[in-house]
Design a protein around this ligand. Structure first.
Ligand SMILES: CC(C)(COP(=O)(O)OP(=O)(O)OC[C@H]1O[C@@H](n2cnc3c(N)ncnc32)[C@H](O)[C@@H]1OP(=O)(O)O)[C@@H](O)C(=O)NCCC(=O)NCCS
Length: 144
């Protein structure tokens, strides 16, 4: 498995991954908009195929992790964990001192992944998500 930074040429594959995995997937143009702005998208490749990604906004000294998505066929193999660690490494190199993220309250798998990597819960945003409506757990990690 190889992890590398993604550019605009991967937007169609990113949208495919989201369509397969997310209840409210990003479209190709949404990914294009993300990648044209101040974001870092890292992708995990298995046998040359993009099977997972992690996205992060960098604003001032904060990294906002937008999503980490691993194709179902490739889960529980450490890929999400590796992407998260690489995002943290990248954010540190860019001068960020804190990482923030939101996650669905019912998403125990993702919450475990973040807690295992030192993120702590620091708030709840009521009815933040749609389809289905659900609270967001706010999590952060100091990385300086
Ligand atoms: C959440 C997600 C990214 C995890 O990716 P993954 O590659 O399967 O995770 P890893 O194999 O690296 O797991 C690392 C740790 O996270 C936790 N974890 C991951 N999936 C879990 C699950 N389904 N149930 C419980 N714990 C889980 C475990 O602590 C795991 O360590 P372990 O395997 O030693 O027990 C993946 O399930 C996914 O893409 N889900 C759909 C999209 C999503 O919800 N993304 C998060 C949005 S904020």
């Amino acid at each position: 498995m190889e992890i590398k930074k993604l550019d605009l040429t991967y937007c169609e594959r990113l949208a495919e991954i989201d369509k397969a995995c997310m209840s409210v997937p990003y479209s190709v143009s949404m990914f294009q908009n993300e990648l044209e702005n101040n974001t870092c998208y890292l992708g995990a490749f298995c046998d040359g195929i993009l099977v997972a990604y992690g996205g992060m906004w960098l604003v001032a000294d904060e990294g906002q992790i937008t999503n980490i998505v691993v194709m179902e066929s490739h889960r529980r193999k450490g890929i999400g964990d590796k992407i998260l660690k690489e995002l943290e490494h990248y954010a540190k190199e860019e001068g960020a001192t804190v990482l923030n993220l939101e996650v669905r309250e019912s998403n125990q798998g993702a919450i475990s992944l973040y807690e295992k990597n030192g993120f702590v819960r620091d708030g709840l945003r009521k009815n933040y998500y749609k389809s289905p409506t659900e609270n967001a757990v706010l999590m952060s990690k100091i990385i300086r």
